[in-house]
Every structure is written in C-alpha cells, then in structure tokens.
Design a binder for this molecule. Structure first.
Ligand SMILES: *[C@@H]1O[C@H](CO)[C@@H](O)[C@H](O)[C@H]1NC(C)=O
Ligand SMILES: *[C@@H]1O[C@H](CO)[C@@H](O)[C@H](O)[C@H]1NC(C)=O
Ligand SMILES: *[C@@H]1O[C@H](CO)[C@@H](O)[C@H](O)[C@H]1NC(C)=O
Ligand SMILES: *[C@@H]1O[C@H](CO)[C@@H](O)[C@H](O)[C@H]1NC(C)=O
Length: 429
C-alpha cells in the first residue's frame, strides 16, 4: 500500500515536470499565435522603444514582455481595445511601485513615444532627477500627434526637467489634466494654454516659471483647480480671471504677484479655496471677495494689501472655515460682523496695525480653535470669557499688543493669555 502510494507520487511529480517543460518551451509559439492579445506590430514596437528610451538599453521589451497588453503586463502600462486590436492608453514612468519602470539617468524621449496613437494618460514621476549632471528638456515637437487622444499629462517631482514648456502643449485640446508639479521648468507660461478649454486641472506649482499670468487663462471656463504656487510669477492678475467660473481651488501663493485683487473675483461663485499668501498684492481688500459665497479658505497673509476690515460684508462668507489675514498692513478695528462666520475655525489677524477693543462676542464662534491677534495695537481690557482661554490655549495669540491687558481676576484661574499683562487699577476700554 505504502509502496503504491510512493509510485503514484513519483508519477505525479514526473508528470508535473514534463508538463512544465512542455509549457515552458511552448511559451514563445503561444505568444505568436492565438493566446496573445492582438496588437499592431508598429504599436508594440513603438511601446518597447519608447520605454527603452526612458529606462535604458538593457531593457528588452520583446524578451521580457512578449504580450504587453495581455498575459505579460508591464507595470505602468494599460491598454484598451479599438476595432479588435489592443493599443496602449496609459503609460507611467518612474518609481511609483516596487516593480515600476525606473528611469535611466541618461534617458531620452524617443520619437516612437508619439506613435502611440491612443495614449490618453502619460505621466513621469521622479524620473529626471539630475539637474546638474543630466538636465533634460521636454521635446518641442510631435506633441500635436497626441492632440486627438491625450487627456492627462503629468510631470511630477523631476528636478532635472528644465527649460521651457513647449508651446505645442497648447494644441493638446483634449487635455483635462495638465500637472507640471515640482520640476525645474522655467520661462513664461505659454499663452496658448488658454486653448486648452477642456482643462479641469492645471497644476504648475513648484517650478521657476516667471512673467505674467497670461490673460488667456481667463478663458479656461471648465477649470476646477488652478495651482500656480511656488514659482516666480510677477505682474498683476489678468482682469479676465472672472472667466474661470467653474473654479473650485485657486492657489497662487508664493510668487511675486502684485497689483490689486481683480473685481472679477466676484464671478467665482464656486470657489472654495483662495490662497494668495506670500505675494505683493496691494490696494486693499477688494469688495469682490465678499461675493465668493462658497469660499471655505481665504488665505491672503503676507501681502502689502493695506486698508481695513470695515469695507466688507463678512457675514456673506458663511462657509469660511479658515480666514488668514496676517501681515497685510491692515488698520482700523476688527468689525463685529466677523462673528457671523459661524464655521470659522482659524482666524489669523496677527502682525497688522489693528486698533480698538476686541469684541468679547468672538467667543460666540462655536468652532473657533485658533485666534491670532499678536503684533497689533489692540487696546483695553480683554473681556473674553475665561473658558475661551481654556479652549484655545496656545492657539490664542495676543502678545505684542502693548496697550492690551487682561482682567486681574484671571490670574487666580491660571488661564491668562500668553504675553499679555494684567490690567492696572483703573485701566479699562
Ligand atoms: C531584444 O532581444 C532580441 C533577442 O532576444 C533581439 O533580437 C532584439 O533585437 C532585442 N531588442 C532590442 C530593442 O534590443
Ligand atoms: C489657439 O487658439 C488661437 C485662437 O483662439 C489660434 O489662433 C491658435 O493657433 C491656437 N493655438 C494652438 C497651438 O492651437
Ligand atoms: C457651481 O456648483 C454648482 C453645484 O455644484 C453647479 O450646479 C454649478 O453648475 C456650478 N457653477 C459653475 C459655473 O460651474
Ligand atoms: C497704538 O495706539 C495708541 C493709542 O491707542 C497710540 O498712542 C500709539 O501710537 C499706537 N502705537 C502704534 C505702534 O501704532
């Protein structure tokens, strides 16, 4: 019985080995025949060559991935079927996953890339990384060949990607998402990006783009996200900005933009984020701000905007959660209408020239967890309830207001605002 069992086992093992060797030797012919996903030879060759250009000549696609849209998928490549044949629709280069296609330091854009005629998505992540040893520029030609197909183009975290953006990107009229984030790109923004009227997302943050924001950006009426932050953009905002009527997020922070805030802001009714911090805007808080009813975050800090807080109907901005108006050169009093912003969590008014008494009604804001008032010229006795200091703790900043004091009775509670002195006898209002 035992012996028979052993015999059976041997047969099974032998058979398994035999099957495996047949299967393995059959591998090559199988791809050439029925089981492979049918592809045009030119499409397949273009894919191999394009990838080889990026990852290095050691990479032999036809050896490693004989059936790239079928049973030997390449990490970062997706395919779809058109008229019975398979085509590459998505190509991502760069170390996203462990087994992703990583770039060779001496990589190149091969013309074959542009032969992938159904490509919808092309992305490069952390691929061009040596700005000094091997800087790479985006080729200026051939992009028009993607005009009918490309919907998403992304270059993310490529410090070695330098030079200008080719103006031929302006012909990619199917693009819905163009992300050029944290590369070494420079020069002016091409005005013909204004032709990309299908764009929903335009992210050019973290490069060295300079010059004005082109007027024609205002024509991007489908745009939901515009992020031009962390560049060297200068000049005033185009008056056409009000044309971006769908926009949800507008981030222009950390540039050198100047001039007044355009009246066209009042058309941006769906905007939830407006971040203009760290620029050189001036001309006071525009009335147009109060008409952006959807706004949840308004961050304008560190701009020589000037003016006061009285001119705006703050209670219109009922959705505001974050309001940062620090270091704007504001003068005058803090209007009580701010108490109408019931969702407010963060209110930053520090480092301005604000004067007058602080309304104790600020304590009525139910969600407020941070209130920065330091570095102003507020005066008189703080009349916020003791529980308010307890709730905010260190996130209540009122130091550097030389004429501000807290009621002496607070001392016994241990909840005294940091950097503020107790009121003297007879010091009130
Ligand atoms: C890949 O290897 C095959 C042989 O295995 C060779 O014929 C072919 O030329 C190679 N392709 C490239 C692009 O190096
Ligand atoms: C962009 O559109 C303008 C007209 O609005 C046209 O003259 C120009 O040729 C277009 N540019 C590109 C690159 O398509
Ligand atoms: C604003 O948002 C609303 C609701 O999400 C939507 O119905 C409307 O079309 C948007 N407006 C624009 C101009 O996109
Ligand atoms: C602060 O206000 C007081 C009067 O309330 C004024 O005398 C003083 O000059 C102001 N200080 C600054 C730095 O503006």
């Amino acid at each position: 019985m035992k012996c028979l069992f052993a015999m059976n086992l041997l047969v099974v093992v032998l058979c398994a080995l035999l099957c495996l060797s047949v299967w393995c030797s059959g591998q090559v012919t199988e791809t050439d025949n029925i089981d492979a996903s049918p592809m045009e030879e030119a499409e397949q060759a273009a894919l191999y060559s394009a990838i080889q250009g990026f990852v290095g000549n050691w990479w032999n696609g036809s050896d490693l991935y004989p059936d790239p849209c079928g049973w030997t998928p390449i990490q970062g490549v997706s395919c779809d079927i058109f008229d019975g044949l398979w085509y590459v629709t998505s190509l991502s280069i760069g170390p996203i996953h462990d087994n992703s296609l990583a770039c060779d330091p001496y990589m190149e854009f091969r013309p074959q890339l542009f032969e992938l005629r159904h490509l919808k998505t092309l992305s490069f992540f952390s691929c061009f990384i040596s700005p000094n040893n091997h800087p790479v520029t985006i080729p200026s030609n051939n992009w028009e060949r993607f005009a009918a197909s490309l919907e998403s183009l992304e270059f993310r975290m490529n410090p070695g990607l330098v030079g200008q953006v080719p103006s031929s990107f302006g012909g990619l009229t199917k693009l819905q998402s163009l992300v050029l984030l944290e590369n070494g790109l420079s020069g002016e923004l091409p005005g013909n990006f204004g032709n990309l009227t299908s764009l929903k997302r335009l992210v050019l943050a973290g490069n060295r783009f300079n010059g004005r924001i082109p007027d024609r950006f205002g024509g991007l009426s489908q745009l939901l996200i515009l992020d031009l932050s962390r560049n060297l953009l200068s000049g005033s905002l185009p008056l056409t900005f009000g044309g971006m009527t769908s926009i949800l997020k507008l981030d222009l922070s950390n540039n050198q933009l100047e001039g007044s805030l355009p009246s066209g802001f009042s058309y941006l009714k769906n905007l939830t984020l407006l971040d203009l911090r760290n620029n050189k805007f001036s001309g006071g808080l525009s009335k147009s701000l109060e008409e952006m009813y959807s706004l949840e975050e308004m961050v304008l800090s560190n701009n020589p905007i000037g003016g006061d807080l009285q001119g705006l109907e703050w209670h219109n901005l009922k959705n505001l959660v974050v309001l940062d108006l620090s270091n704007l050169g504001l003068i005058g009093e803090i209007p009580e209408s701010i108490v109408g912003l019931k969702r407010l969590r963060f209110l930053g008014l520090s480092n301005n020239g604000l004067t007058g008494n602080l309304s104790p009604r600020l304590a009525e804001l139910p969600c407020l967890s941070t209130l920065y008032l330091h570095g102003n010229n507020l005066t008189g006795e703080l009349q916020l309830p003791e529980s308010f200091y307890g709730k905010l703790g260190w996130r209540f900043g009122a130091w550097n207001n030389p004429n501000l004091c807290y009621p002496i009775g607070l001392i016994s509670t241990g909840r005294v605002p940091f950097g503020v002195r107790p009121c003297q006898e007879g010091e009130r209002g």
